[in-house]
Structures are given as structure tokens and as C-alpha cells.
Design a protein around this ligand. Structure first.
Ligand code: GAP
Length: 508
């Protein structure tokens, strides 16, 4: 755990030192849970967006994209349920005056029990060595079973309390579990109350005719209210999808874990409209398709897990989270939800406009059902970055810090480095820049010794370093060094483009 905390701190400081992520408004001491993306951060972020857009929109004939406004008619948030029910249960500690999310206190308590189970397993693994049967151990060991039973009981009781909005019961559960405030160490808690997460502001020039408007807490509603516009103008036939990437805003109370939980963040969402009754088939399809997307980045499968929801929203008939193992444990990265006809029906009701589809094969009008895939862009960024951050001890004992990013996502694809700053090498390197620049983000660097320049590129995850040396001037060949293996090939300048293109291709 301590080791992971240490790793997480290193990732945060590396992000700042190398121009990936800065605290927002830093010269004014920053703002909690708000971050700015720097020169390399924005490239990585754009590459993630493109990678998602390509797989969801470009590669699916029946999915199109939109870009709807952040401000929307306030009644939309009444219809969607956000005004009445987009709440977090909050609790304060009277001694430290610190505010917590009641569900997070309970989650942290469960995480401690999970830690105990993991420790038992690790201990046994060491004791039994190769003959260790983990599955069997988990099924039979008394201490593991006892802790698992506690976890199941707490999860079950908590979800029941939340489903019935029994906030007094949630407080009793926190007291019964002996959860203390991490700051004051006491159990002196206030009552639990609900807090709405939407940011609101006013629209209009004079105070009398201002209207409360909300900053959207999800991009999905912009898709629902445009369902008919897109269906009609695009002559879309069910099943079809509408995708969108955009900002969302939530007044998160527990602002920690860097860009994992932000107040202003981006989502990549897709709503897939299907025939009623076919939603579970499509839910399975999207679960599988999204899993493949994650694995195509080359991050090992054991870093991901599916977590089916026990507590379903009243309108949903299936929901799953794709969780990723961040440095602080497995947490939600993406949600896949079978939302039924809830959203379109509610918008029909609140707007008074029909949101139906005429299915010519069935000769029938109906409100389509929806399967949604919703992934946080910033969380994907953090997942990719935290998996990529590596400190390697080289043969000579020095440490190399390298970002083993999926190459397709790397901010800079190649650096072009004249070995020395003279003898026509800079001019030759500039010629190579001119060839590659229209195709890839490339960077020219002539400052410092070559080893130091390699390290700088490793630290921002550049897959290839191209070095111009004396031989280049004689035969138009260069060395090209691969980031992860540090292996160097000598190739002709005219082969560079194909070489790089092949090298950055993701897995099928
Ligand atoms: N339209 C469905 C929806 O918004 P959600 O589970 O609330 O569902 C979807 O959010 C995804 O958005 C999450 O899986 C997460 O990746 C991302 N997300 C949610 N809140 C976030 C926050 N405060 N900061 C960063 N990402 C967040």
C-alpha cells in the first residue's frame, strides 16, 4: 500500500514536471479537484479521444457523433431525475469539521477488509509456494471467509439503506462499523444528508428575468434530446448509436485522487438505441466490445475487472462497471448501462413532444430502449499514465524513468536528434523533420548530450528517437531507437514513415 502511495505521488509530480498536468490556477494556490492539461497532456488526451472516436464512430456504420451545448434547458434536468436525485450522502465529523461522503467512508471500510483478505492470501502464497491453490484457499480459509462475509453483509445492508433513502440507517451503520474520522480519530458524526452535485448559475441580463441553468453533469442528456434530430436527418435505422465527447461538471465533495475525481472533467459517451426486448443482447455486445477496446491498448487483462451492479437505478435492468487497478486500487473507469426507455419517455413527458421511432420492419411505432457506454476521459488518461510510469534500473546501475505508453497514444511519436550541433547534422535533421511533421507529432532537439536527450524523450513516452550522425551524411541512413527495449536499427530516411506507422499501430 505504502509503495503504491509512493508510486502515485511520483506519477503526480512526473505529470507536472514534464508538462502533462498542472494544478489549475496554480499561482493563486490552485483549486481542489480542478486541473489543467499541459503541452504533452493535451496531446495524450486528444489521442485518447481520437482512439475512442475511431473505434466507436468511424468503425461503426450505424454510430454517428454530435457535439451538444453544455447549457441546456433546465427542465431537462428535472426530466432526467438529476434535480431531485443526483445526490451524494454527506456526513460531517463534529470534531475535525471535515465533510465526507458516507458511501466513501463505507467503501474505505470495505477496502480495509479486502486488504486483510489479500494479506492472508499473500502469506499463504509464500508459505505454500508453487503448490498454492488460490481459489481453493479463498473458498476454505476461515479468516478469509469471515472477512468476505462481513463485506457481503455491509454491501447488502448499505445498498438496501440507499435504495430506501434511509439516511438515519446509514449513520447507524457507520457508527456500528466503528468508522472514525481519519483526521480527528473520533466517531462524533452529524446526521447524514443529501447534497445535490449539480453546479447552477443564472442566464439572462437582468435579475428579474434570469433563469437558473445547470452545467451539465453528464453529456448523455444532450444525446437524448437530439435523438429525433439525428435519427431523421441521418435517416438512421434502429439499432443505431449517437456518440459524444465533452465536458461535464459535478460539485464533488470528496476531492482527492488527482484527476480521478474532478469537478470539471470530460466524458466519452455513446447511447445505443435498440428495439425493446433486445437490450440485454446489446448490453452483452457492448460489454464485450468495450472490453476489447481496453485490451487493444496492450494493457494486461489483470488490470481490469467487471463489476456488475447490485444496486440498479430503478429504470435500469443491467449495469456493469469496468474497473481499472489504479495505484489506489480497483476503481470505476467506465460504466455500461441498460437504461430501458426511461430517458426518452421522461423527455416525452416533460417536453410534450413525441420521441418515437417508426420501425418499418415491424410496422410499429415505439420508444427505443437504450444501452449506454460511458467512460471518463480523464480517468482513462490516469489509467494509461499510471500503468505506463516505470522506473528501470539499467545495467550500469542508473535509473531510467520511462513512460511505456501505448504508442498510438504517445504525445510525440518521434524525436529527431542531430548527434552534434555542427557538421551539417542539424540541417539534415531539419530535412527529416520536414518529411515527418505532416504525418506525426515530432520534435526536434539538439540541446545536451545524446544520452540526456534520450532520457527526456523516455520521460514523455516518445516511442522513437531518430539520430542523425556522420554516416547519415554519407548514405542517408539514420539510427532509430525504440523506447521500451532501447534497441536501435539503422534504416534509410525514406523508410522512416512506414517504420513509425507500423510501430505505433495498436493491437487488433
Ligand atoms: N451517463 C452516465 C454517467 O454519467 P457515471 O458513472 O456517473 O455515468 C460515467 O459517469 C463515467 O464518467 C465514470 O465511469 C467515470 O469514468 C467518469 N466520471 C464520473 N465522475 C467523474 C469525476 N468527478 N471526475 C472524473 N471522471 C468522472
Amino acid at each position: 500500500m505504502a509503495q503504491n502511495e509512493d508510486l502515485f505521488k511520483k506519477i503526480i509530480s512526473h505529470s507536472k514536471e514534464y508538462g502533462f498536468i498542472f494544478p489549475s490556477s496554480e499561482i493563486y494556490d490552485g483549486m481542489a479537484a480542478i486541473y489543467d492539461y499541459g503541452q504533452y497532456g493535451v496531446e495524450l488526451k486528444n489521442n485518447i479521444k481520437q482512439y475512442w472516436w475511431k473505434s466507436m464512430v468511424q468503425m461503426h456504420e450505424n454510430i454517428v457523433g454530435i457535439d451538444s451545448a453544455i447549457f441546456m434547458h433546465p427542465t431537462i434536468w428535472k426530466a432526467s431525475g438529476h434535480v431531485d436525485a443526483f445526490n451524494d450522502p454527506l456526513i460531517d465529523n463534529k470534531d475535525s469539521k471535515k465533510r465526507y461522503r458516507a458511501d466513501v467512508l463505507i467503501e474505505d471500510h470495505i477496502a480495509k477488509l479486502e486488504d486483510k483478505i489479500n494479506k492472508e492470501v499473500e502469506k499463504a502464497e509464500k508459505r505454500f509456494g508453487e503448490s498454492f491453490d488460490k481459489e481453493q484457499f479463498i473458498k476454505t480459509n476461515g479468516r478469509v471467509l469471515e472477512n468476505q462475509a462481513k463485506i457481503d453483509d455491509i454491501t447488502h445492508r448499505f445498498s438496501l439503506l440507499m435504495n430506501t433513502n434511509d439516511l438515519a440507517g446509514v449513520k447507524l451503520l457507520i457508527e456500528e462499523l466503528g468508522i472514525v474520522c481519519p483526521i480527528s480519530g473520533t466517531r462524533n458524526w452529524t446526521d447524514v444528508r443529501q447534497f445535490n452535485l449539480m453546479f447552477s448559475t443564472q442566464m439572462g441580463s437582468v435579475s428579474e428575468d434570469t433563469n437558473i441553468v445547470y452545467l451539465r453533469p453528464e453529456t448523455a442528456q444532450g444525446i437524448f434530446v437530439n435523438f429525433l434530430n439525428v435519427q431523421k436527418t441521418g435517416r438512421m435505422k434502429i439499432p443505431f448509436g449517437i456518440a459524444q465527447i465533452g465536458k461535464a461538471f459535478r460539485n464533488e465533495i470528496v476531492a482527492r485522487q488527482f484527476i480521478f475525481r474532478m469537478r470539471e472533467f470530460e466524458q466519452m459517451e455513446m447511447q445505443f438505441f435498440v428495439r425493446p426486448g433486445e437490450e440485454l443482447k446489446w448490453f452483452e455486445y457492448w460489454k464485450e466490445t468495450r472490453k476489447k477496446w481496453h485490451l487493444s491498448l496492450g494493457i494486461p487483462q489483470n488490470k481490469y475487472r467487471f463489476h456488475d451492479h447490485d444496486k440498479l437505478a430503478h429504470y435500469a435492468n443491467a449495469a456493469t462497471d469496468i474497473e481499472f487497478e489504479f495505484p489506489f486500487g480497483f476503481k470505476e473507469l467506465e460504466g455500461i448501462h441498460s437504461r430501458g426507455d426511461f430517458d426518452l419517455k421522461r423527455h416525452q413527458e416533460f417536453s410534450g413532444k413525441k420521441l418515437q421511432y417508426f420501425d418499418s420492419e415491424l410496422n410499429e411505432n415505439y420508444v427505443p430502449y437504450v444501452v449506454e457506454t460511458s467512460i471518463g476521459l480523464d480517468r482513462t488518461f490516469l489509467a494509461v499514465l499510471s500503468h505506463a510510469y516505470t522506473e528501470e534500473t539499467l545495467e550500469d546501475g542508473t535509473i531510467r524513468t520511462v513512460l511505456n505508453l501505448p504508442k498510438i497514444l504517445s504525445p510525440i511519436k518521434a524525436a529527431i536528434l542531430p548527434l552534434v550541433k555542427k557538421d551539417n547534422m542539424p540541417e539534415k535533421a531539419r530535412e527529416i523533420m520536414n518529411i515527418l511533421q505532416p504525418n506525426f507529432m515530432v520534435q526536434y532537439d539538439e540541446k545536451d548530450a545524446i544520452g540526456k536527450r534520450y532520457r527526456r524523450q523516455d520521460a514523455i513516452g516518445t516511442p522513437y528517437c531518430i539520430t542523425v550522425d556522420t554516416q547519415t551524411l554519407e548514405d542517408n541512413t539514420v539510427t532509430i531507437r525504440e523506447r521500451d527495449t532501447m534497441h536501435q536499427d539503422r534504416i534509410a530516411i525514406q523508410e522512416l514513415e512506414t517504420y513509425i506507422r507500423k510501430g505505433i499501430k495498436p493491437l487488433e
